[in-house]
Write a protein that binds this ligand. Sequence first.
Ligand code: F0G
Length: 361
Amino acid sequence: TDGPDRGVWRYREALPFDLGVTLPEGDTPLHEAPRLEADVGVETLRIKHEGMNPTGSFKDRGMTVGVRVAEELGVGALACASTGNTSAALAAYGGRADLETLVLLPAGKVAAGKVAQASLHGARILEVDGNFDACLDIVQELAARGEAYLLNSLNPFRLEGQKTIGFEILEAFHADHGTYPDRIVLPVGNAGNTAALYKAFRELVRSGALDVDDVPKLTGVQAAGAAPMVEAVEEDADEIRRWEDVETRATAIRIGNPVNAPKALPGIRNTGGTAVAVSDEAITDAQRALANEGIGVEPASAASVAGLRKLRREGVVDADERVVCLTTGHLLKDPDAAYEAGNDPEPVANDVDAVLELLAD
Ligand code: F0G
């Protein structure tokens, strides 16, 4: 049953409510990936696959809490700007709570699976002639004018739910290895997860449950065509410089103004982590490598593995490290990207001999 003892709500003592609008979410696998581990060259590599949530991304963890708050406040309508996954989760959880949902998407830049979800779960979908950052500017203004309740990761209750990614990683990794991971590598868009994981670890340290020396190094990865966080980390800047022109095959993280940077930059710095940019080609290679281990992810998710590979090659990550890579969304979110990266189907006549002939080639 969808109760408080499963997934995200198992951690209710660290959350603002005992139970939310649940499908249920969380309790995602921490996969082994032995060939990838050997290929990257680290002591331990585990893949936390957030694509296994109800709508296929980590956004469900934040939405179960966020929609609960909206119910508490008695709002009538929910809204978000989105590169796709937030809109899918908002539509599903909002629908379950019988609330109206409005989503603003950058026209032509959202993967097909995500628009399909938002559509069928009943969101009103506005396709904006602009990028994600422009959509977020607009929806913030709508929220300020009282038109709808904002459920982007600017909403702190979203990040409360996303803290549970950190709790699950530490718990599962410790159960298998008797120790905590040295490093967690994750894709960065708005830097919500980076901020949420840092908050989770700080709370664990303050409560005495985790030694400060055991906090994993938070390591963010962006696509080279949308890397303002990497720029800020490299320049040791206190503030992000907004990129107006962004482009990447990993449309989920096609973001030029990471709104959670003020919370996420200290997380990267204070844990001894770093940030790195990767090419679209490296993302595609990592997506294939994960798929060869049976782990199907969308391009943005593969950025974590591509980033780890690059940092290992550069010697920033050591060979004796124990690493967890976060994969944030499911392969089926972006079927077009999967087709492009994978094998082409081969047409063949309706005939055994024709099939054998083709296979002999
Ligand atoms: N990976 C995926 C698959 C995402 O959908 C997102 C963000 C991120 C990573 C970045 O996470 O913002 O916490 O750094 N997607 C948002 C959306 C922007 O609208 O679905 P972050």
